[in-house]
Ligand binder design. Structure first.
Ligand code: NAD
Length: 477
C-alpha cells in the first residue's frame, strides 16, 4: 500500500481511511492509498515549516547543487515512473515517458536559477542612507494538482518553489497520486532533504491546504469552478495565489497557411493525452479556401489514432481518465449533434475486444456546430473538436475571443500582418504563430479572463515564489 510522504515518515492517514486507485483502461486496482485529511495536512505543514528554517538558509549555490543531483537521480527512473503514470492515468506510455522526463528537467531548469536571485540597490535622497530591495523566499507553499498531467503540473509548482528556498505541501489529484509519490521519493533518494517536499493524499486535503495558516502561498491547477472556491477561501487569510484554470483555446487557420503543418499541430493539439489538456486546440476556425483540404488531413490523422491500453505498443490514444469525464464529453458532443452538427469523424466509443473494460472514446471531429452549443461555450476536456468555416481574419478573431476563457491560442498564416494582429488581439496568455502548442520552460505560462492568473514556467514563475523586501541602511554617511 502506498503511503504519504511527511518529513522523514512514510505515513498512513491519521483517520486510517484508504481508497483505491484504478486503471482507467482496465478497471483494475493499481494500489490502495491513504485518504488523508486536515490532520495530515497539519502535520505536513509543520514538517515543511521546520524544513524551511534550514532549506531557506542554505547558500543558494548549495541548494542548486542538491536540486541538480536530485533531478539527475530522478531522471534515471523515468521508465519505471512512466509505467506507473500510464497505469493510474491512462495515457500512452510514450506520453508518460515525455511527462516523467519533463518532471526531472523542470527541477533542473529551476535549479539553474537558484543561485541567480538578485535584488537591487536604490539611491535615496538622504545620502547618509541607502536603499536595497532584497528577495526572500515566501515560506511554506501549497501545490494542488489535477489528474491530466500529474507530473508536469506538480513540477511547475514544486520546482520554482524549492529552487527559491521555499518548502512545499503537495497534493496530487486523488486519482493520480502514485507517479507523483515515485517522483518525490526519487528526489529524496537523490539527496533532497526530507521535509522540503511533503506529499499528502486524498480529496479532503485540498481545502485543508488552502485553510492552513502556516501555508503562505497556494498554487492550483484545476477547473475554473475550483479556482473560484480556492480564491475565496485563500482571501480569508490574504494568501498569495496562482490559478492555472480551464481553457478553450481557439486556433485560426487562414488560406495562406501551411496546411500540412497546421493539420499536424491541430491533431496533436486536440488529441494528445486523449484531449485532456488545458492547453489544447479546442475550437478550430478555418478560412473557406483551405477548409476542405484541412478537414481531409485532419480526418486522415484522426483515423491513425488507435485507442487502446496505454501500455500496449500499438495504442495511439489512451482511455479517458474517468467515467464521469467521458460522460461529460459525450454529453457535449450529443448537444452539438442535437443542434444540427455533422459528425465528420468518430462520435462514439470504439468497438472490439477489451474496450468495454475502460473509459475509451473515439477521436471526434464535428462541423456545422451551432452558435451557443456547449462545445463552443464550455471547456471540452476530451478528444472532440468543433470546426467552423470563416470568411476572413476579422471573423476568426471575433469568434476566437467570444469565450470566457483566455489560456492559449494559435494562428496559422504566411502573412506577417495577420499574425501580428492575432498576437495583438487574441485574448489569451499565450499565442503560437505557425507553431505547435507547447509550453516552453523558458516562457511564462498562464491565463487571462476565466483561465486564471499568475505564471508558471520562466523566470517569472521563479520570482513569484519570492517576496521583495525594501531595506534602508542608515548611518552610513
Ligand atoms: P479540479 O478542479 O476538479 O481539481 C484540481 C485539484 O484541485 C485536485 O487535486 C482536487 O482534489 C483539488 N480541489 C478540488 N476542489 C478543491 C477545493 N475546494 N479546495 C482545494 N482543492 C480542491 O480539476 P481536475 O478535474 O482535476 O482537472 C481538470 C481541470 O484542470 C480542467 O478544467 C483543466 O482545464 C484544468 N487544467 C488547467 C491547466 C492550466 O495550466 N491552466 C492545466 C491542466 C488542467
Amino acid at each position: 500500500m502506498a503511503t504519504m510522504i511527511i518529513e522523514g515518515e512514510r505515513t498512513k492517514a491519521a483517520s486510517g481511511k484508504t481508497y483505491e486507485v484504478r486503471n482507467p483502461a482496465t478497471g483494475e486496482v493499481v494500489d490502495e492509498v491513504p485518504a488523508g485529511g486536515p490532520a495530515d495536512v497539519d502535520k505536513a505543514a509543520h514538517a515543511a515549516a521546520k524544513a524551511f528554517a534550514t532549506w531557506s538558509k542554505l547558500p543558494n549555490n548549495k541548494r542548486a547543487e542538491i536540486l541538480h543531483k536530485a533531478a539527475h537521480h530522478m531522471l534515471q527512473k523515468v521508465e519505471e515512473i512512466a509505467i506507473i503514470l500510464t497505469k493510474e492515468q491512462g495515457k500512452t506510455i510514450l506520453e508518460s515517458r515525455i511527462e516523467a522526463q519533463r518532471f526531472g528537467e523542470n527541477i533542473a531548469w529551476f535549479a539553474d536559477l537558484a543561485d541567480k536571485i538578485h535584488g537591487s540597490h536604490v539611491a535615496l535622497p538622504d545620502t547618509t542612507t541607502y536603499g536595497l530591495v532584497v528577495r526572500k523566499p515566501i515560506g511554506v507553499c501549497g501545490a494542488i494538482v489535477p489528474w491530466n498531467f500529474p507530473l508536469t503540473l506538480a513540477a511547475n509548482k514544486v520546482a520554482p518553489a524549492i529552487a527559491a528556498g521555499n518548502t512545499v505541501v503537495l497534493k496530487p489529484a486523488s486519482t493520480t497520486p502514485l507517479s507523483t509519490l515515485a517522483c518525490i521519493e526519487a528526489l529524496i533518494e537523490g539527496g533532497l532533504p526530507e521535509g522540503v517536499v511533503n506529499v499528502v493524499l486524498g480529496q479532503a486535503t485540498g481545502e485543508a491546504i488552502v485553510e492552513h495558516p502556516l501555508i503562505r502561498k497556494i498554487a492550483l491547477t484545476g477547473s475554473t469552478p475550483t479556482g473560484r472556491k480556492v480564491m475565496a477561501k485563500a482571501a480569508e487569510q490574504l494568501k498569495k495565489i496562482t490559478l492555472e484554470l480551464g481553457g478553450s483555446d481557439p486556433c485560426i487557420v487562414l488560406d495562406d497557411a501551411d496546411i500540412e503543418a497546421a493539420a499536424k499541430a491541430v491533431s496533436i493539439g486536440r488529441f494528445f493525452n486523449c484531449g485532456q489538456a488545458c492547453l489544447a486546440v479546442k475550437r478550430l476556425y478555418v478560412q473557406e479556401g483551405v477548409y476542405d483540404a484541412l478537414m481531409e488531413k485532419l480526418v486522415a490523422r484522426a483515423a491513425k489514432l488507435k485507442p487502446g491500453n496505454g501500455l500496449e505498443k500499438e495504442s495511439r490514444m489512451g482511455p479517458m481518465h474517468t467515467e464521469t469525464q467521458r460522460a461529460e464529453v459525450e454529453a457535449q458532443v450529443k448537444d452539438a449533434i442535437q443542434h444540427g452538427a455533422r459528425v465528420v469523424f468518430g462520435g462514439g466509443r470504439p468497438k472490439g475486444d477489451g474496450y468495454d473494460r475502460g473509459w475509451f472514446i473515439e477521436p471526434t471531429i464535428l462541423e456545422n456546430v451551432a452558435d451557443g452549443a456547449r462545445m463552443w461555450t464550455e471547456e471540452v476536456f476530451g478528444p472532440a473538436l468543433p470546426v467552423r468555416k470563416i470568411k476572413n481574419l476579422d471573423e476568426g478573431l471575433r469568434l476566437a475571443n467570444d469565450s470566457a476563457y483566455g489560456l492559449g491560442s494559435s494562428i496559422w498564416t504566411a502573412s506577417m500582418p495577420a499574425a501580428y494582429r492575432a498576437v495583438q488581439e487574441l485574448e489569451a496568455g499565450y499565442t503560437w504563430v505557425n507553431a505547435l502548442q507547447i509550453a516552453h520552460d523558458e516562457l511564462p505560462f498562464g491565463g487571462t479572463k476565466q483561465s486564471g492568473f499568475g505564471k508558471e514556467h520562466g523566470v517569472e514563475a521563479f520570482l513569484q515564489y519570492t517576496e521583495e523586501k525594501s531595506v534602508v541602511y542608515g548611518g552610513v554617511g
